[in-house]
Design a protein around this ligand. Sequence first.
Ligand code: AMP
Length: 380
Amino acid sequence: MPSLPLHPPACIVGVIGGGQLGRMLALAARRMGIRTLIWTGGLEAPAVEVADEVIDAAFDDPTALAHFCKTATVATVEFENIPRATLEAVAARTPLHPSPTAISTCQNREREKHFLRQHGIPCTWFAVVGNATELAAAMKDLNGPGVLKTADFGYDGKGQIKLTGTENPEEIWQQFDSDRAVLEAFVPFEKELSVMVARGADGSMVTYDPAENRHRHHILDVSIIPARIPPAVALEASAIARRIAEALDYRGILGVEFFLNADGSLLVNEMAPRPHNSGHHTLDACATSQFEQQLRAVIGLPPGSTRLLSPVVMLNLLGDFWGNETTPPDWLPLFADGEAFLHLYGKRHAIGRRKMGHANFLGADALERAEALKQAWLGE
Ligand code: AMP
């Protein structure tokens, strides 16, 4: 095992996954003089064009695994849906942060919910179901509205059905394309929040100010920072995020998503063992970006300051902002703003609601400016 800290440029950070998070991680690495090796998994990979080296092969390819482990000084992930076997195989040969256990706890809703329950961390009522009979029993116990979610590989509202509680469990289970799921009680939340926490090699932790998140079609639309919440709620959300990072013996950056109830209480919705969409504002509005924070933790450097330099609103730019697959919105009004910053992920085709990029708007009136531009572009 290499000794810590690893000094740039002598180290190569291997990144499992090559999406936009890997791209922004590689860009941060470039600035810091750290080299990156991106392992795409054979998927379309926006990170490729900014990486130092690329392995364009599936995650179960033994040659790719051998090359990755031989080349990377230390490894990390940029998304969590990576086979556990791949994570274990990498970790056996190259230091991998966060650990396979931490990643696999967050990548599966059943494990994630059990972890939260076991550590006394508040989350919504849930039951694990594996067939129509179990779903019927869980719906009876819940006795009200709920959300049925696949245990594995669900994100951005994919693999979810909202239930009123009066449906026929047989029919629901038949149309639900999964053999294991979690039924959650529907939370009539007032707001959705998230906290990014970074934990270093020595267990030291820093948290960013909570983000207030609004969704559109189940996908993050805007993040507002600082969140419009009482200071006590912000403190509590940070404290919970720290408890989770500690309990996972986490190393790296972790996103924790919350529901805020009208009475001020918080419930954890889910965790993301990587940089998170609701942390993209840190690129322009915080002393240290979430991507630099991840690199620091992974190579054993102390965490950087999370200080918020300006109020900020992050607007996600999804595929439906594009006129057609290849015609982007008119960026001129954004650049005319002067305090709005565009980040595009280099994706060629704006299919459906793909995440094509985001824009960070700085300043006290950032939300009004972001909403005005969104309306002009979407006509909504
Ligand atoms: P998830 O993929 O679990 O983050 O869910 C996507 C979005 O669906 C969340 O950000 C919420 O807006 C909504 N959602 C998920 N679970 C629940 C729930 N139990 N109650 C109410 N809304 C939910």
